[in-house]
Every structure is written in C-alpha cells, then in structure tokens.
Design a binder for this molecule. Sequence first.
Ligand code: FES
Length: 68
Amino acid sequence: SLLEVVIRHRLNIDGFGACEGTLACSTCHVIFDQKVFDQLDPISSDEMDMLDLAFGLTDMSRLGCQVC
Ligand code: FES
C-alpha cells in the first residue's frame, strides 16, 4: 500500500498512517489526480466509511493504507 511505501522509505509525513492501516484514523487521506484515481482498485465499504471522516474530502480521495 501507499502507507507501506511511506514507512519503508521513512518519509516524514506528520501523523500519516496513525492507525497503521487498520482503518481507524483517516490520517492517510490522499487526493489523486483523476488519471491515477481511475486506475485504483474499487473502494471498499469499510474504506468509504472511514474516508467520510477525512478532512477536505474530494471525489478523488482515498486512504493511502488501502491503495497500492
Ligand atoms: Fe489509518 Fe489508513 S492509516 S486509515
């Protein structure tokens, strides 16, 4: 997942991935370009539920711990 990339490369993104991918925080909220967004796997209902709580939600928002 994108969260795994952030962890593996020790990227310092303040607060990103606070729940470590357990779908309990939405701190991994990412907004993609339309072209990239269209290539992502479909969103699950569990991701959608948590994504609804993300700050600045857009039509191209996803949770970084759920996309590869
Ligand atoms: Fe918490 Fe993605 S890291 S929902």
